[in-house]
Design a protein around this ligand. Structure first.
Ligand code: ZN
Length: 245
């Protein structure tokens, strides 16, 4: 079984398309898992929702998904994020809105649990040392029933080992999974990377070899930026795609 793991697509259809093609070039993809934020920021929210739905993705809700369809308010968003989430919501048809409204907050796909933020706060936590205290991270690990937890939200590919709460940037290539080493892993963002590398970031899980493969793939950033400018999304959101920040 091979699963494609994507997160934080953010309405970036070009990046999502590049990831799907690249993943299939590596071999057959049996399942697609999505860690939330299909919409928000980017210019193609509806098409990205349709694509995830057509893949039968095992998907959890992100804060931008819930805000776009009015399940949560925009009060905790910065002004550009709020403007983009509201715009995304206006572009969606009823079927797409119902899809986002129906997303669960937590899903289990053994040996993984899927969540957008963390198991402590599925919608809002950022599982990284600058945002959560050691106590809060330990709390999240205590709730975690599976050996591994996949999270999104920070847009930075990271791995955290429960023992010692040690963090590392996820490098391109293989990560072998051992069930006695409990982990939280962030695949990075498909549609708006923030680790200084503008290429789309994603993971492939190969159940047989018990390994995660981290890949980065270039896509047509300029095409997405010009779409964003054409529909009047905030300029800083377009500019940041070029630098991956
Ligand atoms: Zn996000």
């Amino acid at each position: 079984m091979r699963a494609l793991i994507v997160s934080d697509i953010h309405g970036n259809l070009e990046a999502l398309g590049a990831v799907l093609s690249d993943a299939r070039r590596q071999g057959p993809v049996d399942e697609v898992w999505c860690l939330g934020d299909v919409v928000g920021y980017g210019p193609d929210p509806g098409a990205c929702v349709d694509l995830m739905a057509s893949q039968g993705a095992a998907a959890v809700a992100g804060n931008h998904d819930l805000a776009a369809v009015g399940v949560i308010g925009l009060g905790d968003f910065n002004p550009h994020a709020a403007e983009a989430a509201q715009w995304a919501g206006e572009q969606l048809n009823e079927v797409q809105r119902a899809y986002l409204r129906g997303l669960p907050r937590i899903l289990e796909r053994a040996p993984f649990t899927l969540v957008h933020g963390s198991l402590r706060d599925p919608v809002w936590d950022y599982f990284e040392p600058s945002s959560m205290s050691l106590h809060q991270m330990a709390e999240a690990f205590q709730i975690q029933k599976t050996p591994f937890c996949l999270v999104g939200q920070s847009h930075v590919p990271l791995v955290c080992v429960e023992r010692g709460l040690r963090f590392g940037l996820l490098q391109e290539g293989d990560l072998l999974l051992e069930t006695d080493t409990r982990l939280v892993v962030n695949p990075g963002s498909v549609g708006q990377p923030r680790d200084g590398d503008p290429r789309a970031s994603y993971l492939l899980y190969e159940a047989e070899g018990r390994r995660l493969l981290h890949r980065r793939i270039a896509y047509d950033v300029a095409a997405v930026q010009s779409k964003m400018r054409r529909v009047g999304l905030p300029e800083p959101l377009a500019a940041r795609l070029g630098v991956g920040a």
